[in-house]
Design a protein around this ligand. Structure first.
Ligand SMILES: Cc1ncc(COP(=O)(O)O)c(C=O)c1O
Length: 472
């Protein structure tokens, strides 16, 4: 007898992907600087732990807020009862202002056009429920964040069709890749409802170029039944040039404003931004996300749906005060970027010492690392073989490119902001030793192959030379 629904028992959740399996392995044997120095170091988790001290010092200075007081009086009861799915107006205002600040105030956001959700996970799923039917598809450039298989597909029944991007042009989206994805969807009899991108990209750690963004806008301009979702969860992590360009800036540049001529207004209505405080502020546990859309109908529907994943009122209260403190946000954003940049440099130079390079990146909490030269063959089986060695022998949990649906074997996502500098150095030492051992093993294999393939007179000649040298 079947006790559970087919949804509950189907395996499209993605829990068995190597991305999540790596986490499980880490949980069984986690590295600890004092208690388990031989354990697995977690480098598969895009967490930002570099600026907690700044948040903590703000909390220490604003104890009234953390103690749920306003003007010295407790507002505990007010917060305990508040459950309006429209959210606290003060928080929505502080959040849109923060989003604008991250974008250099080149664009502004209207608090009436934001829907609060329990993280970007919930925001992305809610948008799927609003924009697509079961069996419809969204096109996603590869490699993409492994969690999307769960967030976009699992409960909604929406399909993902990959836009195949390759290392030949640093994984940028091209028009032909977009068209091919569309053809692929057609072959699979799927109606395409739009494109979803992450900008900056998880897992690439790169920002999208103006060309790519214009290409996407052109694509939905022509395809009038399609939407563009830009997941900008890493927008506050851009630490080097080129600087971040939000899709909202492109709309503004193209003068695609609500009141402009009808074609432009159509496009304006079909672009949606997803955001969260999980990465930029390093608060994934607070579950604070948002959908920003210019489309009134989408906002109305998403607001109703948000009752399944609200942000708690005490969290909203705390963060409205924190983000409303402009001196704090300015300092936090610039200091956090400095720290992220230093970390990324440390990772890159550590990898270089091990003879490993990465895709040139300027954002995010990770690097997209090229280990193709360490594969025993150019296959995904060889990638898994290498990944298992890195997890079980080297004891580093990193994410294989195949879990991000990368079309080329040998790429890995390696996170750098969820550990101390000492732990990162240890991880690099372990990796350097591992690569050196592989090189020694390969060298001895090569020389024994070379030796085996030489004719016997070479040995006779070389031993005679050796003898002559000894006698001299
Ligand atoms: C691109 C992207 N979108 C969404 C999420 C989910 O984030 P949240 O914690 O806000 O649900 C993540 C988390 O890693 C992510 O990388």
């Amino acid at each position: 007898m079947k006790l559970l629904s087919s949804k509950a028992s189907c395996n499209t959740h993605g829990q068995d992907s190597s991305y999540f399996l790596g986490w499980e392995e880490y949980e069984k044997n986690p590295y600890d600087e004092a208690l388990n120095t031989k354990g697995i170091i977690q480098m598969g988790l895009a967490e930002n732990q570099l600026s907690f001290d700044i948040l903590e010092s703000w909390l220490a200075k604003n104890q009234d807020v953390a103690g749920f007081k306003r003007d010295g009086k407790s507002i505990f009861r007010e917060l305990a009862l508040f459950q309006d799915y429209h959210g606290l107006p003060s928080f929505k205002k502080a959040l849109v202002d923060f989003m604008a600040e991250i974008r250099g105030n080149k664009v502004t956001f209207d608090p009436n056009h934001i829907v609060l959700t329990a993280g970007s996970t919930s925001a992305n799923e809610t948008l799927m429920f609003c924009l697509a039917e079961q069996g419809d598809a969204f096109l996603l450039p590869t490699p993409y964040y492994p969690g999307f298989d769960r967030d976009l597909k699992w409960r909604t029944g929406v399909e993902i069709v990959p836009i195949q991007c390759t290392s030949a042009n640093n994984f940028q989206i091209t028009e032909s890749a977009l068209q091919q994805a569309r053809e692929e969807a057609k072959k699979r009899n799927l109606r395409v409802k739009g494109v979803l991108v992450t900008n900056p990209s998880n897992p690439l750690g790169t920002t999208m170029s103006r060309n790519e963004l214009n290409l996407l806008i052109d694509f939905i301009k022509v395809n009038k039944d399609m939407h563009l979702i830009s997941d900008e969860i890493y927008s506050g992590t851009v630490f080097s040039s080129a600087s971040f360009i939000s899709v909202m800036e492109i709309l503004k540049e193209r003068n695609y404003l609500k009141d402009s001529y009808s074609d432009a207004a159509q496009v304006w209505n079909r672009v949606h931004v997803v955001y969260s405080l999980s990465k930029d502020l390093g608060l994934p546990g607070f579950r604070v996300g948002a959908i920003y859309s210019n489309n009134d109908e989408v906002i109305a529907a998403a607001t109703k749906m948000s009752s399944f994943g609200l942000v708690s009122s005490q969290t909203q209260y705390l963060l409205s005060a924190m983000l409303g403190d402009k001196k704090f946000t300015k300092y936090y954003l610039s200091e956090n970027l400095k720290r992220l940049k230093r970390r990324q440099r440390m990772l890159i130079s550590g990898l270089q010492k091990a003879g490993i390079s990465c895709l040139k990146s300027n954002a995010g909490l990770f690097c997209w690392v090229d280990m193709r030269h360490l594969l025993s063959s150019n296959t995904f089986e060889a990638e898994m073989e290498l990944w298992k060695k890195i997890v079980y022998q080297v004891k580093l949990n990193i994410s294989p490119g195949s879990s991000c649906h990368c079309s080329e074997p040998g790429w890995f996502r390696v996170c750098f902001a969820n550990m101390t500098e000492e732990t990162l150095n240890l991880a690099m030492t372990r990796l350097t030793t591992f690569v050196a051992d592989i090189n020694v093993a390969n060298e001895s294999k090569m020389s024994s192959r070379r030796t085996r393939s030489l004719p016997s007179w070479v040995f006779r000649l070389s031993s005679r030379n050796h003898r002559e040298q000894e006698e001299r």
